[in-house]
Design a protein around this ligand. Structure first.
Ligand code: NG1
Ligand code: MG
Length: 503
C-alpha cells in the first residue's frame, strides 16, 4: 500500500465531522499566518499526532510488541516549496520557538548538534531522515510553519509528532511517494539524530494509527500494526492523561536514563544468547541490535507450535524466558560491573561497549541491572499480550475495566521497581488516581517524569478529574489557572494517524 497523500476517508470524516469548526479555524489561521510571513499560501499541511502508550513500556527497543494509541492533539507543518535551496522554518508560537533556516548541502546534510537542546533539532531530524531515505541529491527549498499542539516533555511524544510530520512534509514537498512502512522507518531512525537511541513505538503510532482504535505494534521479525478497539463495557472505558509537571528531558538525561536502559537490555541479550548456546545462529550473530525478542524467537525456533502468534504460545515462551532470567541473573540482584559482563562474554570491555553502540550513545553507570531490566521486559510483554487478548475477547462475563486496569497497575509497579523509570510524583499521581476510581493508572512514555494515563469508567471521568485537580494540582501548584489545569489533566480517546491536507 502506498501512503495516502490525500486524506483518507477516515481522516476526512475526522476533519469534517464534529471537529470541523475547531479544526477548520486552526487550519485557516495557519494558512493566513503562512501568507503573512511568506507572501503566498502553503500548498499543503502535513499532520501527525502525539500518542499515549496504554501499556508496553520500554520494550519497543527490545523488539517486543507495544500497545499505544494516537491522541487527538497533533502537530501541523504547513509547507510550500520555494525556488532556492533554503529551508525556512517558523513556528506559530514564535516567542517560545524562534524561527531558523538552513541550507541543504550535499557534504554536510544538515548538521544537528545534539548537545544543544533546541526545537529545531527535531525538525532537522525529520528533514535529514527524509532526504537520506529517499536519496535526494537535489531537494527543493521549503517555506514552513510548524503549529504544535502536543505538550512537550510530557511523555506524549511531541518530539515524534514533529519528526514524523517533518519527514512526511519533506517527502511530499519533494514529490516522493514512499510506502507507509518506509516513512515510519525514516522517522524512527531520523529521531535518533538527537542522541536518544529510541525504539519505534511513537513514530509508528503517529503515522499508522487508525481512528477510534489503539494499535498493537509488532517490530520483529517485521513491522506490523493491528488496530485494536477497546472492549465494550458498561459503563464505557475512558482514558485520562495527567501531567506530573516533572519535566524529564530525555535528551539531557539519556546517558543515565534512557540510553542506559537500552544498553542494559542489549548487554542482557548478549549474555542470554551465550548462556543459551545460541551465539552461532546466523540470526543471532548477524543481529544489530541483538534484542530480547530475537533471543526468544531463536530459542523456540525449532519447536512445533500450533500458531506462532497465539496467545498461548506467547505466554508459554515468555514464562520460560522469565524462568531463564531468574536462574541466569538471579544471584546478582544488585547488578554487574562492566568487567563482569565482558568476562562472561569473553571479550574486552571496549569491544562489548562497541557492540551495544556506547560510542554513538554514551552512557554512565557503575553497575548494570540485568536481572531487574530483563524481568521487566519479559513480564511487560506478557501484560501487553494479555491486554490485547482481553480487548479482543467477547466474553460477556468479563469485566474489562477491572482486568485491563489491573494489568496497567502491574505495569506501573514493574516500571517503578524493576525498570526504575518512574519517580515519586508519578507514583503519587497514580495513587491519587486509583483512590479516586481509576481501575488502572501508570506512567506513559519514557517516564522519570511526564504524564500518567488512567483508565476510568466514563461516567466517573468528570468527578475523577476534579478530585485529582484538588489532590494533586491544587496542593502542588496553587496558583495554576483553569486553562493551565485543563492542559494538565484531560480525557482523551484514540485519534487518527498522520495525513496530508491539500490547500
Ligand atoms: P517518549 O520519551 O515518551 O517520547 C520513549 C521512546 C519510545 C519508547 C518509550 C518508552 C523515542 C522517540 N521514544 O518515548 O520509543 O521506548 O520511551 O516506552 O525515543
Ligand atoms: Mg519523545
Amino acid at each position: 500500500m502506498t501512503y495516502s497523500l490525500v486524506p483518507t476517508a477516515e481522516s476526512l470524516s475526522d476533519i469534517y465531522s464534529e471537529k470541523i469548526v475547531q479544526r477548520g479555524v486552526r487550519y485557516q489561521k495557519l494558512v493566513e499566518q503562512f501568507e503573512h510571513i511568506y507572501g503566498e499560501k502553503p500548498t499543503f499541511i502535513a499532520r501527525a499526532p502525539g500518542r499515549v502508550n496504554i501499556i508496553g513500556e520500554h520494550i519497543d527497543y527490545c523488539g517486543m510488541p507495544v500497545f499505544p494509541m494516537a491522541i487527538e492533539l497533533d502537530t501541523l507543518v504547513a509547507v510550500r516549496a520555494n525556488s532556492s535551496t533554503e529551508v525556512r522554518v517558523s513556528n506559530s508560537n514564535s516567542e517560545k520557538y524562534p524561527s531558523f533556516s538552513f541550507n541543504y548541502s550535499p557534504d554536510d546534510i544538515v548538521f544537528i548538534d545534539s548537545s544543544i537542546h533546541s526545537w529545531g533539532n527535531y525538525f532537522k531530524c525529520g528533514y535529514k531522515g527524509a532526504i537520506e531515505s529517499a536519496n535526494l541529491t537535489n531537494p527543493v527549498g521549503m517555506d514552513c510553519i510548524v503549529d504544535g499542539h502536543v505538550p512537550s516533555g510530557a511523555g506524549l511524544s511531541s518530539s515524534s509528532a514533529l519528526v514524523s510530520c517533518t519527514a512526511l512534509a519533506t517527502l511530499k514537498a519533494n514529490n516522493q511517494d514512499l510506502i507507509q512502512e518506509q516513512i515510519v522507518n525514516t522517522a524512527v531512525s531520523a529521531e535518533r539524530y538527537v542522541g536518544v537511541n529510541g525504539g519505534g513505538m511513537d513514530q509508528t503510532c503517529s503515522i499508522m494509527a487508525k481512528q477510534s482504535s489503539a494499535v498493537f505494534i509488532e517490530f520483529y521479525p517485521s513491522l506490523r500494526t493491528t488496530p485494536v478497539r477497546f472492549p465494550k463495557s458498561d459503563p464505557e472505558i475512558a482514558f485520562v492523561v495527567a501531567n506530573t509537571f516533572v519535566v524529564s528531558d530525555k535528551q539531557v538525561t539519556a546517558p543515565v536514563c534512557y540510553n542506559l536502559r537500552v544498553v542494559e537490555t542489549r548487554i542482557a541479550s548478549l549474555i542470554l544468547a551465550k548462556h543459551l548456546g545460541l551465539t552461532d545462529r546466523p540470526k543471532i550473530s548477524g543481529a544489530d541490535p541483538l534484542t530480547m525478542k530475537i533471543i526468544m524467537d531463536e530459542l523456540f525456533s525449532e519447536q512445533e507450535v500450533s500458531g506462532e502468534n497465539s496467545v498461548a504460545t506467547w505466554v508459554e515462551r515468555l514464562e520460560k524466558m522469565l524462568e531463564i532470567t531468574q536462574s541466569l541473573f538471579g544471584d546478582h540482584p544488585n547488578g554487574y560491573t562492566w568487567e563482569e559482563c565482558a568476562d562472561y562474554l569473553g571479550i574486552p570491555v571496549e569491544e562489548m561497549k562497541n557492540k551495544v553502540h556506547v560510542n554513538r550513545f554514551p552512557v554512565r553507570a557503575e553497575r548494570l541491572q540485568l536481572l531487574k531490566r530483563t524481568l521487566h521486559v519479559y513480564s511487560e510483554t506478557l501484560r501487553v499480550v494479555r491486554f490485547r487478548q482481553i480487548c479482543e475477547s467477547s466474553d460477556a462475563n468479563s469485566q474489562p475495566l477491572i482486568e485491563l486496569g489491573k494489568l496497567m497497575n502491574e505495569s506501573q509497579e514493574s516500571c517503578d521497581k524493576l525498570f526504575e523509570c518512574s519517580c515519586p510524583e508519578l507514583n503519587e499521581l497514580c495513587e491519587i488516581a486509583r483512590k479516586n476510581g481509576a481501575t488502572g493508572s501508570r506512567l506513559t512514555g519514557a517516564g522519570w517524569g511526564g504524564c500518567t494515563i488512567s483508565m476510568i469508567p466514563t461516567d466517573k471521568a468528570d468527578e475523577f478529574i476534579e478530585a485529582v485537580k484538588k489532590e494533586y494540582y491544587e496542593k502542588k501548584f496553587p496558583s495554576m489557572s483553569e486553562e493551565e489545569l485543563s492542559d494538565a489533566i484531560f480525557s482523551t480517546r484514540p485519534g487518527s494517524g498522520a495525513f496530508i491536507y491539500y490547500i
